[in-house]
Write a new protein. Structure first.
Ligand code: AFP
Length: 283
């Protein structure tokens, strides 16, 4: 696993350089979810694919930017599902973005996730790595290389509320729930970038990030294998919770297609329990 994390550290530097120097225009292609691809999306995907091609323990890659599974090394052990540049539409307005990695062993389902990592490209490059049974570890660049800063745990109750999705397409009880959190004094913290938005809640003691099913996206927008499950793992390992709109742990998801999405709620215990009550979830 160490070679995988070292490779993620190496691609973090390359992608950060690409963000700062590359053309911000659109390519003439779409990704598997039918979204227009920025040249930077494609470039970041190529950087990651090339880097892992020489890592013997990596059997396959699944990218948000490509259809299907790419076999790299027949004798490999892990499949890495990744979003090379999540939130890339924010780069041209100079907001933070990120790369997300889910490391799976065997069938691609949540219970087979053995580790997850993400990189935040912001005023600093930051890396978070979570492995089974360990709280997520935050690393920052000091002296030109990643140095571990400390493990991250979330409080029982936070102060931040990151409500995703188009509000006019929320169901009534979700809107009431979100408004009630603001009435309790929660502060709005939502940039439209999943990685910095979830990173902020973890580092600032907790709160709630929600991307519900909506009338235009009943199954949510965020992809299970390379966005939802890696962060669900992080949040649970940090002492929080991660569930869908039925109260099911996101760590029990079994995608039927590599690009399946899911409604998702990540947060501290207080906020998730409040959401279960608002959604009439009994467990
Ligand atoms: P882009 O990659 O198209 O910028 O979308 C980013 C994202 O997938 C995720 O990072 C955000 O949490 C979410 O979309 C924001 O979606 P809304 O703009 O619908 O809230």
């Amino acid at each position: 696993m160490t070679t995988i994390f070292d490779t993620i550290k190496a691609v973090a530097f390359e992608i950060d350089t690409a963000i700062k120097t590359s053309d911000l225009g659109y390519s003439d292609s779409e990704n598997s979810s039918g979204e227009d691809q920025l040249k930077l999306d494609v470039q970041s995907d190529i950087i990651i694919e090339k880097a892992f091609a020489s890592v013997a323990v990596v059997k396959n890659l699944v990218s948000e930017e490509k259809e299907g599974v790419l076999e790299l090394n027949e004798g490999g052990k892990y499949t890495i599902c990744y979003d090379p540049l999540d939130g890339s539409s924010l780069v041209d307005v100079n907001l933070s973005v990120g790369s997300i990695f889910g490391i799976y062993e065997g069938e691609l389902k949540a219970e087979n996730l053995v580790a997850s990592a993400y990189v935040v490209y912001g005023p600093r490059i930051e890396l978070m790595i979570a492995t089974k049974g360990e709280a997520p570890m935050l690393s920052r660049i000091i002296g030109g290389e990643f140095k571990e800063i400390g493990s991250v745990t979330m409080g029982e109750k936070g102060k931040l509320n990151a409500p995703g999705g188009t509000q006019q397409n929320w169901c009534d009880y979700h809107k009431t729930f979100i408004d009630d959190l603001f009435a309790e004094g929660y502060r709005l913290r939502y940039s439209g970038g999943m990685v910095p938005d979830l990173h902020q809640i973890m580092l600032k003691g907790g709160g709630l990030f929600s991307y519900p099913g909506t009338s235009d996206k009943p199954h949510g927008k965020l992809r299970q294998l390379f966005e939802v499950i890696p962060f669900a793992f992080m949040y649970e390992q940090a002492g929080g919770q991660a569930i869908n709109n039925k109260g099911m742990r996101l760590m029990e998801l079994v995608p039927s297609h590599p690009h399946d999405t899911s409604p998702c709620f990540f947060g501290s215990n207080y906020e998730i329990e409040a959401l279960k009550k608002a959604y009439g979830i009994k467990n």
